[in-house]
Design a protein around this ligand. Sequence first.
Ligand code: GLU
Length: 281
Amino acid sequence: MTVTRFAPSPNGALHLGHAYAAIVAADRAAQDGGTMLLRIEDIDGPRSRPELADEFRADLAWLGLSWREVGAQSGRIAAYRAAAASLRADGLLYPCSCTRAEIAAHATQSGPDGPIYPGTCRHRPPAPDAPLAWRLDMAAAVSRAGPLTWFDERRGEQRAEPAMFGDVVLWRKDAPASYHLAATLDDATDGVSVVTRGIDLFRASHVHRLLQALLDLPVPRWHHHPVLVGADGHKLAKRRGSAGLAERRRAGEDGAALRIAIQAGLFDTGVSLADTIDLAP
Ligand code: GLU
């Protein structure tokens, strides 16, 4: 059975870009008579406003979508911790006390998520009493896992190249698990068979494929869909002036008509689809 997912973070109101993502996930599931899951990704520290989840449900219902909700990330911390402990027991994680400023000062290369960690803490004891993050020793992890591939339904077979991220953080200082660890574990736990998400996260899947190998998790397929951009070529964001779905819903707009327009590729003025991996942040 095909299981896709829509996994919004309750950091702000949903907008047209989210509506598009949810519709793609729902339509991709429906194509095979499957199910779209809703998962609230609410572990982003103080930015997370769990009360927004009710608004999200109302927005999806307004668009005329159906879904099955699974547990929010805040209820799964023990599972993330256990996975991090197992990677640590395998010698694949090391503690890191570097601040953002230290990393920026020493980094010489840049990866998909910003500066590549220069490896400062890889072979030294962490600073005493400093808050610690835990990083994946990428070289050791890649050599443990061996060559890996993954399959994107729109872009075909991919050779996994997680090393482009360097030693990613899997356990954060300021919040529990990192996005990479939490999303990978959740998709496995929730039985997601097709990971539906925006093309802007395409490269993250290299890291997720590696984590699946290291943690012995099932390997789904991926479906990275285009994302909506504004006239400036940037991904739509509430702060860039895109009207929120809740706002439109309260203003009396017809949600089902909006869904049909989106399915037909008709967006607001100045809004279009971008299908490029190198999307301007
Ligand atoms: N929670 C992420 C977001 O709202 C989506 C992550 C994913 O789809 O894997 O952007």
